[in-house]
Ligand binder design. Structure first.
Ligand code: URA
Length: 190
């Protein structure tokens, strides 16, 4: 199905029942922020808090993302945040590559065609695998620029949920890596 406006697409998303993930979710999760932004962040898929509110990255991961963005002078209301997967998989399991592909081809592709950001951040492995290749690895490909099928430059960085699981020196190192990734993105947006 193709839509003529971003708003029409979002309205249709809210009543999507195209795959089994919908059965265990409160509902599909839409976007957050400004569709006019030059920067789009593509996350994995809703967690419990996002499923409840219908908005991406507003739970613990989203709060850590806000802090990381603030360190490079970005606030969430000025950028566009969305996910590869729109419905929360049961028990918060990681969505499969096939689930990501099915959902993103139905929604994310058209969403990003309307927003047409200048730069995309792939937040974590699920987004990287969809936007670059199923063979991509966040540990290997993080911090490197690549061109998406939308012809828009993208850079992958660690998902905040990964940072929330780290401690000590590993956490400090990963935080710096995310900081430099975000700085590179800000420079590319200018
Ligand atoms: N993790 C994501 O990638 N997206 C969300 O919306 C919530 C958690």
């Amino acid at each position: 199905m193709t839509y003529t406006t971003h708003e029409q697409l979002e309205q249709a998303l809210l009543v999507c029942t195209a795959c089994p993930l919908r059965q265990d979710a409160v509902g599909p999760t839409s976007y957050n922020g400004s569709p006019l932004s030059p920067l789009a962040i593509v996350g994995e898929g809703p967690g419990g808090v996002e499923d409840e509110y219908g908005v991406p990255l507003v739970g613990p991961s989203g709060q850590l993302l806000d802090k990381a963005l603030a360190s490079v002078g970005i606030t969430r209301d000025r950028i566009y945040t969305t996910n590869v997967i729109k419905c929360r998989p049961k028990n918060n399991r990681t969505p499969t590559v096939e689930e990501g592909q099915f959902c993103a081809e139905a929604w994310l592709d058209q969403e990003l065609a309307f927003v047409h950001p200048k730069v995309i951040i792939a937040l974590g492995s699920v987004a990287l695998k969809y936007l670059l290749s199923p063979n991509a690895r966040i540990t290997k490909d993080r911090g490197k620029w690549f061109t998406t099928k939308y012809d828009i430059p993208a850079l992958a960085t660690y998902h905040p949920a990964y940072l929330l699981r780290l401690t000590g020196k590993d956490l400090i190192k990963a935080k710096w890596e995310v900081f430099y990734d975000l700085k590179a993105v800000v420079e590319k947006c200018q």
